[in-house]
Design a protein around this ligand. Structure first.
Ligand SMILES: Nc1ncnc2c1ncn2[C@@H]1O[C@H](COP(=O)(O)OP(=O)(O)OP(=O)(O)O)[C@@H](O)[C@H]1O
Ligand SMILES: [Mg+2]
Length: 236
């Protein structure tokens, strides 16, 4: 049984459908990447999975339970956390306060978890009182990821974690992501930097216009001529 199973999901905004029956799966411990052109529905798919966009048809199953109609606050408690593409930290709060907000729905004492995350993200540990709004793009992205990890997810959804970062900082973010995965967390990524992301992925999906277009292992997609032509231009 897959950890996450999205079956024939139809979803969108108001009357307009953006996803016309999309299916994906993530197994325990996997890294899975979704690529596709701008506006094809990648972010909408993530929002549908976490309950921020209504699933009109089809189903989202997580750990064997149908979560398609559950509210986001309930879904995060089951071990599925999400870092949106933008506005993913509280800019006026400090690093530590952001992490505390991330742990807010935990019923236990979350201070130990903050220390664990500071060990995983040394750049954040060095300046716990700095306002999130004054962090660099890379540091902010690390904070957003760390905040989601406060809830000890089994599966973490990251929408374009490397967007807008310099190549060196991007490599660092990807290295952290691999570290999170080595610690046992499954990852579903949406990425514009398809080459770097597919390289570290077990499997990947290509979406086009709200539909599944291709699906294969990470290495096979990297070798696929259509993927190379459309998504792997530029930096090698
Ligand atoms: N809140 C919204 N209300 C109405 N339409 C929206 C909303 N958010 C996105 N859309 C539309 O839904 C379509 C898919 O958007 P989505 O953000 O899912 O694409 P994406 O694949 O993530 O694109 P990108 O690569 O630019 O991030 C687009 O046509 C977009 O304009
Ligand atoms: Mg998007």
């Amino acid at each position: 049984m897959a950890l996450l199973e999205v079956s024939d999901v139809v979803a969108g905004y108001g009357e307009t459908d953006i996803l016309h029956g999309v299916s994906i799966a993530v197994d325990e411990g996997e890294i899975v990447t979704i690529i596709g052109p701008n506006g094809c529905g990648k972010s909408t798919l993530m929002k549908a999975v976490v309950g921020l966009v209504r699933v009109k048809a089809g189903a989202v199953t997580f750990r064997g339970t149908d979560i398609s109609a559950q509210p986001p606050e309930r879904i995060v408690r089951t071990g599925l956390c999400y870092v949106p593409q933008s506005a993913n930290v509280f800019p006026s709060l400090s690093i530590r306060e952001n992490l505390e907000m991330g742990g807010f729905v935990r019923n236990d004492d979350y201070r130990g978890r903050i220390e664990e995350l500071f060990a995983l993200f040394p750049d954040l540990a060095r300046r716990p009182t700095q306002q999130a709004g004054s962090l660099s793009g890379g540091q902010r992205q690390m904070l957003a990821i760390a905040r989601a990890l406060m809830l000890d997810p089994v599966l973490l959804l990251l929408d374009e974690p490397s967007a807008g970062l310099s190549p060196a900082i991007m490599d660092l973010v990807f290295e952290r992501i691999r570290g999170i995965n080595r610690a046992g967390v499954a990852l579903l990524l949406v990425e514009q930097n398809a080459r770097e992301s597919l390289r570290m992925s077990d499997r990947g999906y290509v979406l086009a216009a709200g539909r599944n277009r291709l699906e294969d292992s990470g290495p096979a997609l990297l070798d696929n001529p259509e993927v190379a032509r459309l998504y792997l231009g530029g930096r090698r």
